[in-house]
Structures are given as structure tokens and as C-alpha cells.
Design a protein around this ligand. Structure first.
Ligand SMILES: [Zn+2]
Ligand SMILES: [Zn+2]
Length: 384
């Protein structure tokens, strides 16, 4: 269950980075444990929400309905969201270096093994692939477990040792004065970067990170009826975390290629059908091949006017969940011959004489047309 990070900060989903920053700053001042000791949980929650929404990658995951902190096998908020680090960075931003002490309760070393970040790749499908569903091959540039040390980061049988600078705490505490009064500040140990231990003899292949970069090719199944911008989530297929930590999720975002014939609108398809002038007047039928091998019959009523839209039910795209098909909307364009020979011209003149003059040539200004510009236009149609 994804957390409502926007709700926690009290901002709308479309909020700008500035609005998110402002909302967090305001809440952080109110809820900071040194100001309001009872609000510590709420403060952590707000800070975590800001951490997520201020990171474009994580925010994209949230907007896709996911939760970037929900690692494999458990919700991020159920556990300790601060175990993953990140809070320190935010304090750097807002409180000018060094985090608040949370009433003296230190964070401790954050551990070398951490979950991997989610990753995002795109695939482009043509209209038929969207209609039928597709298996697409994707190539992901990602981090995989180092097979030389299987994530430990150490060379051969060597072991990590406790960091001498922070004595394994991962952080260095000091008392500082700030706008909040005298506060205990904690900053990440620069020697071990908060891990609490160092690897004196790192793995030669991964340099101690426990993971290596790799290009991976895999096949992803895209269901029929997906919409532009939708994402397929592949659990645990993202990058492996530092120290060989559990892999993040991989999101595959669908783009739709522009089609030569059809414009898609949800489950409906739109196309233009060119109808010869005589057929528009007399009526007829036109066949249109749509997706999934179906052929729609577009009925042209006698006397069809340019711009008429004919709807053919059930010849659109399949709905993502139900498979029920939307409709085809045929936009009729009446085609006037560009060139006629003398025999055709004679026929048209005969037709014109037979139809007579009952078509109102000028509209929308009939009232003002008496004797003005419009009557001249009307006269221009007479004769030849
Ligand atoms: Zn250290
Ligand atoms: Zn290694």
C-alpha cells in the first residue's frame, strides 16, 4: 500500500518543487523535535515525504502509484525509513549542516547493505502492439551483484573493520548553536560515509561496493490496451543496492508511436474517411480495416455533409482490463473532383440546373447581405 506522500505534506499532486519545499519547510519548523518533542514521529514522516517528493526519480514512482520506499517484502514505513539514509542530506539543505539530534537518540550507522533504487525504462509500441499486447525486449543499464565477492565488497577472506574515526557510530556528534537554540548536531562520518565500518582490502572487481554495472536484456510483457505513460512494474528487477542490498523495482513506461491512419482517444479510434462528392450525395458504404484484424463498415447516408462523424461501435481498442472494445469514429471528408473533363462538366451543369438554386450559399450574415458584399458574392456563383 503506497503512502500518500502528497497528503502528508498537504500539497496537491501537481505541486511544483517550490511548493513542496515551502510546505516542508513550514512543517519542519513547527514539528522539529527540539521545538515540539511530542511531534517526533510526525516530523520523521513529513521529512520522509519531502525526501521522496523532492527526488524526481522517487516522485515519478509515487506518481505511477508505487512507493519508492517499499522495498521487497515489506512497506518502507513499517520499518525504519531512516535506515536508508537521506535524512542527513535534507538537514544539510534546511538546517545548514548537521542534523538535529532527535532528543539525543542517534541514528547509528546506517549499514553498508541498503536497498537498490527503482529504475525506469521506456518502450514504444505501435497501435497494433497496443491492441494485441506485446512482448518487448528491453535493455537495462543497471547494477548487479558482484559475483567475485557476492556483495560483501571484501577481497578474498578479508573482513571489514570498525571505522576508527567514528568508532563504528557512522556519525560524528557535536553541539552547535542554530536558530533553534543550542542543538546537538550529528553529521555523517566522512571516513566511512556513515557506514560505521571500512573495508581495508576491497574486492578488486567492485571496489568494495558489492555490485557492478551491467547491461541486461530481458523481455517484458505489455498487456493489451495500455495507455500512453502507463508503467509496468517488475519487482526486484531494478538495480541491486550498495553492499549487495535487495534490488529495487524496474518500471517500464509505455509510449505509443504515432499511427499513420488512426488517432487514439482512450479506447476509441478516430480516422478520416474521404468520400467522393457523388457518394456523399447518393450514400454508400466504406470498409475500414482497424486493429485486431477487424473491418468496420462505415455507412454513408445519402446527403452526407462534410465533417459528419460516423460512429461504428466495437471497432476501437480493447479496454485494458475488460478487453471490451471502444468505437471507431469515422470523420467524413467530402472530396470534390479537382479536375473535370468537358463531359463531366456538362453532367455537373445538368445536375446543377436540376437541383436548382435552393442552397443558401452565404450563411451567418443573411440579414446584412441585402445589397452589400454578400449579395455580390452570391452573384458571383451565378452563371459560367
Ligand atoms: Zn566512520
Ligand atoms: Zn566485489
Amino acid at each position: 500500500m503506497a503512502r500518500d506522500y502528497y497528503g502528508i505534506l498537504g500539497v496537491a499532486q501537481g505541486a511544483t518543487d517550490q511548493e513542496i519545499k515551502r510546505a516542508y519547510r513550514k512543517l519542519a519548523r513547527e514539528l522539529h523535535p527540539d521545538v515540539n518533542p511530542d511531534a517526533e514521529d510526525r516530523f520523521k514522516e513529513v521529512t520522509t515525504a519531502y525526501e521522496v517528493l523532492s527526488d524526481p526519480e522517487k516522485r515519478r514512482v509515487v506518481d505511477a502509484g508505487g512507493d519508492p520506499l517499499a522495498g521487497p517484502g515489506g512497506g518502507g514505513f513499517g520499518g525504519d525509513p531512516f535506515g536508508g539514509g537521506g535524512l542527513g542530506d535534507i538537514f544539510q539543505t534546511f538546517f545548514g549542516g548537521g542534523g538535529g539530534g532527535f532528543g539525543g537518540g542517534g541514528r547509528g550507522p546506517r549499514g553498508r547493505v541498503r536497498p537498490g533504487e527503482p529504475a525506469l525504462v521506456g518502450v514504444t509500441l505501435d497501435l497494433d502492439e497496443v491492441a494485441e499486447g506485446a512482448r518487448k525486449e528491453i535493455t537495462v543499464d543497471t547494477a548487479i551483484l558482484c559475483d567475485s565477492c557476492t556483495g560483501s565488497g571484501t577481497r578474498d577472506d578479508s573482513k571489514p573493520v570498525t571505522c576508527g574515526t567514528c568508532k563504528g557510530a557512522g556519525e560524528i556528534q557535536s553541539v552547535q548553536r542554530s536558530f533553534l537554540g543550542q542543538v546537538m548536531t550529528v553529521r555523517e562520518c566522512p571516513e566511512c560515509r556513515g557506514v560505521g565500518e571500512i573495508i581495508p582490502d576491497p574486492c578488486l572487481k567492485c571496489g568494495g561496493d558489492g555490485r557492478v554495472r551491467s547491461r541486461r536484456t530481458m523481455t517484458v510483457k505489455i498487456p493489451a490496451g495500455v495507455q500512453e505513460g502507463m508503467r509496468v512494474r517488475l519487482t526486484g528487477q531494478g538495480e541491486v543496492g550498495p553492499g549487495g542490498g535487495p534490488a529495487g523495482d524496474l518500471y517500464v513506461e509505455v509510449s505509443e508511436a504515432v499511427d499513420d491512419v488512426f488517432v487514439r482517444d482512450g479506447d476509441d479510434l478516430h480516422c478520416t474517411v474521404r468520400v467522393p462528392m457523388a457518394d456523399a450525395a447518393l450514400g454508400g458504404e466504406v470498409s475500414v480495416d482497424t486493429v485486431l484484424g477487424s473491418t468496420a463498415t462505415v455507412t454513408i447516408d445519402p446527403g452526407t455533409q462534410p465533417g459528419t462523424v460516423v460512429r461504428v461501435r466495437g471497432h476501437g481498442m480493447p479496454h485494458l482490463n475488460t478487453g471490451m472494445r471502444g468505437d471507431l469514429h469515422a470523420h467524413l471528408e467530402v472530396v470534390v473532383p479537382r479536375k473535370v473533363d468537358s463531359a463531366q462538366a456538362d453532367l455537373l451543369r445538368t445536375l446543377r440546373d436540376a437541383i436548382g438554386d435552393d442552397v443558401e450559399v452565404v450563411t451567418a450574415s443573411s440579414k446584412s447581405a441585402s445589397g452589400g458584399l454578400f449579395s455580390k458574392l452570391r452573384n458571383a456563383f451565378v452563371g459560367r
